[in-house]
Design a protein around this ligand. Structure first.
Ligand code: FES
Ligand SMILES: [Fe+2]
Length: 349
C-alpha cells in the first residue's frame, strides 16, 4: 500500500472559479420611468363619440373620451379638485368631460373650463393630457410631453390597405424583450422550425431597428414550405412591424404593447395588413380570409411557441454566441432607451 503523504487528504479541493452573475438584464418598466414610446391604450371602436372609459395605463389610471368633434383624448383619471375618478360616472358634455363628484368640467386640452358652484377657476385645475393619435383602429398615447417619433406606415397605399386589429394579448414579459425575437435568428430556426436561406442586414438606430436586404425563409412546419421574403422593423422599443412577401402574399403584421404595472404584464395588440385583393381574386371577402389566416399563423408562432417560454423567462444576456449578436445589440438598445414619466403625479392612485 502506498504511503499516504501526510496532510494531503485533509486539504479540500480548491473550488473552480465561476461567474457569480447570470449576466445583464434590462430593468423592468417603471424603474426610472417608462420607455418613451407611443403606447396603445384601447381599440378606437371602444370609444364612440360622447363615450368615456377608464383604463389602466403604465402604473396608473387614465380616461379615454371622444368629444362631439370626434377627437379622442387620453387624460389622467383623477380630478384636480379632490381626486374623483373621471372614468367612473364621468360624462362627456360636448367636447368636455365632467367630473362625477362636483361637476367640474375639463376640456380636451386638460384645463378646467367650468365650476358649477361658481368662483375663479384655480390655475392648477388642469388634468394631464397625453399626446394622442389614432391609427389602425387603435388609440395611442405618447409617454412624454412631445412625441419624439412618428408611428410607421405600411408600404401599401392607404386606399388599397385592408387591416384587422386584434387585442388584447397579455404578455408577462416586457414588450421590448418580447420582440427581441425578431432578431433572434437562432430561435426562428430551432424553436419555430424556419428554414432560413438568407439573412437580412440588421441595423439599430436611436429609435429602433431596421432590417434591409430581406430575410428569405420557408416555414416547412406551418407554411407548407412556400418561400417568404420579409423585413422587420422595430419602432420605439415596443413596436414590431414585419412583412413583405409572405408565402406569395404581400402582407404586414404589427405587434405592439403597453406595460400595465398593476397587472405585472404587457397588453399587446396585433395588426394584420395587406392590399385589398382585386375583385377577380375574391375582393374584400378573400382579403379578410387571408388576413385571418395570417393572424392564425402569427398567433401560432407568438402564442403557442413563444409565450410559454417568454412568460416564464428570467431574461439575461449571459452566455452569448456569435449567433446571438443581434439579440445582444437589442439588449443594449433597450438598456439605453430613454425613460420618462411626466404623468406620474397625475395618474398614480
Ligand atoms: S372631485 Fe372632481 S369636481 Fe370635485
Ligand atoms: Fe418567436
Amino acid at each position: 500500500m502506498d504511503k499516504i503523504v501526510e496532510g494531503k487528504l485533509d486539504k479540500p479541493a480548491k473550488p473552480k472559479p465561476r461567474s457569480e452573475t447570470r449576466g445583464e438584464r434590462v430593468p423592468p418598466q417603471g424603474e426610472g420611468g417608462f420607455d418613451v414610446n407611443w403606447y396603445p391604450v384601447c381599440l378606437s371602436n371602444d370609444i364612440r363619440a360622447g363615450e368615456v372609459k377608464g383604463m389602466d395605463f403604465l402604473d396608473g389610471r387614465v380616461v379615454v373620451f371622444r368629444g362631439e368633434n370626434g377627437a379622442v383624448t387620453v387624460m389622467s383619471a383623477y380630478c384636480r379638485h379632490f381626486g374623483a375618478d373621471l372614468g367612473v360616472g364621468g360624462k362627456v358634455m360636448g367636447n368636455e368631460i365632467q367630473c362625477p363628484y362636483h361637476h367640474w368640467r375639463y376640456g380636451q386640452d386638460g384645463a378646467c373650463k367650468h365650476i358649477p358652484i361658481g368662483g375663479a377657476i384655480p390655475k392648477n385645475a388642469r388634468q394631464f393630457v397625453f399626446p394622442t393619435m389614432e391609427k389602425w383602429g387603435l388609440v395611442f398615447a405618447f409617454n412624454g410631453l412631445e412625441p419624439t417619433y412618428q408611428l410607421p406606415e405600411f408600404p401599401i397605399p392607404a386606399d388599397k390597405l385592408m387591416y384587422r386589429t386584434y387585442g388584447t394579448l397579455k404578455f408577462k414579459l416586457d414588450i421590448g424583450l418580447q420582440i427581441t425575437n425578431s432578431v433572434d435568428f437562432q430561435h426562428l430556426i430551432i424553436l419555430h422550425g424556419l428554414d432560413i436561406e438568407k439573412y437580412p442586414n440588421v441595423e439599430f438606430h436611436d429609435n429602433g431597428m431596421r432590417q434591409t436586404g430581406g430575410m428569405e425563409w420557408r416555414d416547412n412546419m406551418r407554411g407548407g414550405g412556400a418561400k417568404s421574403v420579409i423585413e422587420a422593423q422595430i419602432v420605439g422599443s415596443n413596436f414590431l412591424v414585419f412583412g413583405g412577401d409572405l408565402a406569395g402574399i404581400n402582407a404586414y403584421a404589427v405587434v405592439v404593447g403597453t406595460p400595465i404595472t398593476k397587472e405585472g404584464c404587457t397588453y399587446g395588440y396585433t395588426i394584420m395588413a395587406m392590399p385589398r385583393f382585386p375583385e377577380s381574386a375574391g375582393g374584400e371577402q378573400a382579403t379578410n380570409t387571408a388576413l385571418g389566416a395570417l393572424e392564425r399563423w402569427s398567433h401560432a408562432l407568438m402564442v403557442e411557441d413563444d409565450q410559454p417560454i417568454m412568460d416564464n423567462i428570467s431574461f439575461r444576456m449571459d452566455n452569448v454566441l456569435h449567433h446571438d449578436r443581434y439579440v445582444a445589440q437589442m439588449f443594449r438598445f433597450l438598456q439605453n432607451y430613454p425613460r420618462a414619466h411626466p404623468s406620474a403625479e397625475y395618474i398614480r392612485k
